[in-house]
Design a protein around this ligand. Structure first.
Ligand code: SF4
Ligand code: SF4
Length: 393
């Protein structure tokens, strides 16, 4: 419950036209004041060096720091003021709660962001199932009966769904995801830029942030032994599964892009066989994505309860489940070519891919983009003179 003093402070701020912090934002500001006096965790990640450049924490600072945090858990396990200490410092959890709020705050359209935040797993699976069912019905109607679903149509996907129909289905979904993500990250960038020196991007800052993203630098715990998952022990498992997932996804995306070039530039329509480039990229990417997401799911189930925000579990698991479904159904599609299972497998795969793109702007994928933006601003800010003349980057 808010104290009378806090309520009076909020009322004063509202009357003066100032921003009133939400409860999770106020909690991050409180903990950052304690950490700023302690500074024991300075070497763990980018959050603490960024914190030392501030004496007060406004909303934009808090949103910036929350998205800079990778939820590695290192500062919780190192903290002498963590619960049950009366200071109750739990930086990963406080940051996770604000981060979840920023996904919804910056999402476009906002109602979808809030819905996905509450019902991520259900929404993802229902959307994938609904879209797959829609495609099943299309095959049945087109083939004049249920028999069309279980027959051996050879290995030609376009015999089931003409190429132009697939483009007509996927282009709007992909366009919507890109637009929604772009609008969300633009709002985020505009808010945090003035709070992070306002200086423009430079080539060295961009190179540093890109390196940190590609190597997942801050999941090494600051010492190379990794971060935490279910207990005090360091583990590199999270970093490795994240890498498998991240690069697996990129390879799958590259496979689709190269396939598009084959189709339009070389006049070579899918399906492709080994050792063609689209097939190689897709096979390696699909395997990597399947292993990475299976590992992340397992780690998520065993995650220390104090690390994150329990309310965001459905959202996190929804994203992992859709990525896993996309990868495994894509691999299954390869095996199903020339068999009666082709039509059903193709419907399931296309449904999963479409649901993945439709929900991308609202969950963990958005976190990857927002986090990249925060790392870019951090790399810019640390190159500017320290505004309070204390500490060092
Ligand atoms: S998390 Fe704890 S140990 Fe680390 S800087 Fe903050 S107060 Fe200090
Ligand atoms: S959880 Fe990890 S990334 Fe987040 S503030 Fe703590 S040490 Fe930094």
């Amino acid at each position: 419950m808010q104290t009378l003093e806090a309520l009076a402070r909020d009322a004063r701020a509202l009357a003066n036209g100032e921003v009133v912090l939400s409860a999770p934002e106020t909690e991050v500001a409180r903990q950052m004041q304690i950490c700023n006096a302690c500074r024991y965790c300075e070497g763990f990640c980018a959050v603490f060096p960024a914190m030392t450049r501030r004496l007060a924490f406004g909303q934009a600072d808090i949103h910036f720091l929350a998205n800079l945090c990778h939820n590695c858990g290192a500062c919780l396990h190192a903290c002498q003021y963590a619960p049950p200490h009366e200071f109750a410092v739990n930086v990963p959890q406080a940051m996770a709660q604000v981060r979840g709020q920023t996904y919804a705050d910056y999402a476009w359209p906002p109602a979808l962001g809030r819905l996905y935040q509450r019902q991520g797993l259900t929404l993802s699976l229902a959307l994938a199932a609904g879209l797959a069912l829609f495609l099943v019905l299309a095959v049945v109607l087109q083939g004049q009966g249920l028999g069309a679903l279980w027959s051996a149509p050879g290995s030609d996907f376009y015999g089931l769904f003409p190429h132009n129909l697939l483009v007509g289905l996927f282009a709007p979904v992909f366009g919507f995801a890109t637009l929604a993500l772009g609008l969300g990250v633009r709002r985020f960038w505009r808010e945090i830029t003035p709070a992070t020196s306002g200086a423009p991007l430079s080539a060295p800052a961009t190179a540093e942030a890109t390196g940190a993203v590609l190597r997942l630098k801050y999941l090494d715990g600051g010492h190379g032994d990794g971060c935490h998952n279910e207990d005090d022990a360091h583990t590199l498992a999270r970093r490795r599964y994240h890498h498998l997932t991240f690069y697996g996804f990129l390879l799958c995306f590259a496979a689709t892009s190269v396939g598009t070039l084959y189709h339009y530039l070389l006049g070579l329509p899918a399906p492709y066989d080994l050792p063609s480039l689209p097939k190689l990229l897709g096979a390696v990417g699909g395997l990597s994505l399947a292993i990475g997401t299976a590992g992340l799911w397992r780690l998520n189930l065993r995650r220390h309860p104090l690390h994150g925000d329990a309310a965001q579990k459905p959202m996190d698991r929804g994203f992992i489940a859709l990525l896993f479904l996309t990868a495994t159904s894509g691999l299954a599609l390869w095996a199903a070519r020339g068999t009666p299972a082709l039509a059903l497998t193709l419907c399931l795969h296309l449904g999963a891919v479409m649901a993945l793109f439709a929900t991308m702007p609202y969950g963990k994928f958005g976190h990857g983009i927002f986090r990249t933006a925060a790392l870019l601003r951090h790399a810019v800010e640390k190159r500017q003179p320290n505004p309070i003349g204390l500490g060092a980057d």
